[in-house]
Design a protein around this ligand. Sequence first.
Ligand code: ADP
Ligand code: GLC
Length: 474
Amino acid sequence: MGGRVLSVASEAVPFIKTGGLADVVGALPAALAGAGWQMRVLLPAYRSLRPLLDSMTPVWTEGALFGGAAQVFHGQVQGIDLLLLDAPHLYDREGGPYTGPSGDWWDNAQRFAALSWVAARMAREGVGGWKPDILHAHDWQAGFAPAYLRYHGAGGVKSVLTIHNIAFQGWADARLMSDLRLPLDQFHPGGLEYYGNLSSLKAGLVTADKITTVSPTYAEELMRPEFGMGLQGVMAARKADVLGILNGVDTTIWDPAAEPTPYSGRALAGKATARAALCARFGVDVPGPLAIVVSRLTDQKGIDLLPATIPDFVAAGGGLVILGSGDPALEHAMRDLAQAHPGRVALHVGYDETLSHQLFAGGDAVLVPSRFEPCGLTQMYGLRYGTLPVVSATGGLADTVIGASPATLASGAATGIVFHPTDALALGQALRKLVALYADRKLWGQMQKTAMTHPVGWDASAAAYAALYQGLSQ
Ligand code: ADP
Ligand code: GLC
């Protein structure tokens, strides 16, 4: 049992992160190691990662990779068996992985086709005697990798494509077909064509041996137009090969017993201290539930619903601390919200891991009012920290939180508040429910205890990935 996996992605913790994709790609190797699967991770050597190359060994060269020469370096770095693709003409730039000073990099199609090309070649040929059984590609950035295996030879390697978010599809101009080394005869709706153009995600979806996404509910939602975002037909056609496997979280990093004021489900005193510290830091004083938001500020996350619902919540005794960054209009709206409720609503614009831990430790509830959510990690941090999730009934949120109802409260199963649909009316009702549940200290304490025992680690999901790999490599 077991074997080798080449995992290819554009981000992985602890090296580069813009969202949950990085958490998951960074966590999978350790999660799968226990099941006998050795995983190597291939990332682009962005400018910020180039210093790592000094301690790594060159193992691969590409003479001509979309406009320049490239090398791959290998090493064990910070616990990860890491491959870095050093292609300075594509990645040695000031800016983010996908964007520069004026928006998306103009050559993102080539940048990530290059990553996928090298992944497929190394998988097919083996690198330094190491040949994987499985190539595991993540999201649109690696979507061409299964296609290159399919069209240029797989060498016995099977491919898995994981969709972390179908909203990002890797659109490219159809005229790039031959530049991107894709066969022109595959330009048809059943193949690579996508509304007259190309989509690297679609290319992966039609060519991968198996497709996974990050929760069972999202796997079903993706077959429907409201969630499939144009790819629902492709998903439905591949239904037999689609599997929803819930993400886990790293329970050593997300551990209330390891916070500065440690606590557990049995001894919650440390959480009260953390709450007081959080309130002091943000200058808020909240008699009712202290809610938190830790999120990208985007339309997906339903952040725009807060201005319509938080004033009533504050009037009922609640408070809110927001940590996030993203859409400037939403940042602005959050600033206005905080200014309108001094002492009750506070905001930190930016990305800050340490601060996010303080919010989860000190908050009473975490709000995740997403319009769609493939999996979502923050509601799971909330469960683990007894910071009860208030979530919309979609994707992985629906799969991880047991909403409070008379029946779930009576049986002691409730771990949070689940509302539907994602609109201000339903969120407002959910916040009223939060105020009422929080006021019942006994019930609240019971919910916290139940939430904190809910398994959010990788065990079950690692076993599901291992079974998938095993099935493919037989
Ligand atoms: P998505 O990937 O769609 O943004 P997830 O919930 O899967 O959503 O993952 C988001 C990850 O990014 C979580 O680990 C979350 O804690 C983290 N995060 C988001 N915004 C911030 C922020 N402003 N500061 C610190 N961590 C953040
Ligand atoms: C995406 C999704 C998020 C998911 C993450 C990791 O960023 O938006 O729901 O948790 O990927 O799979």
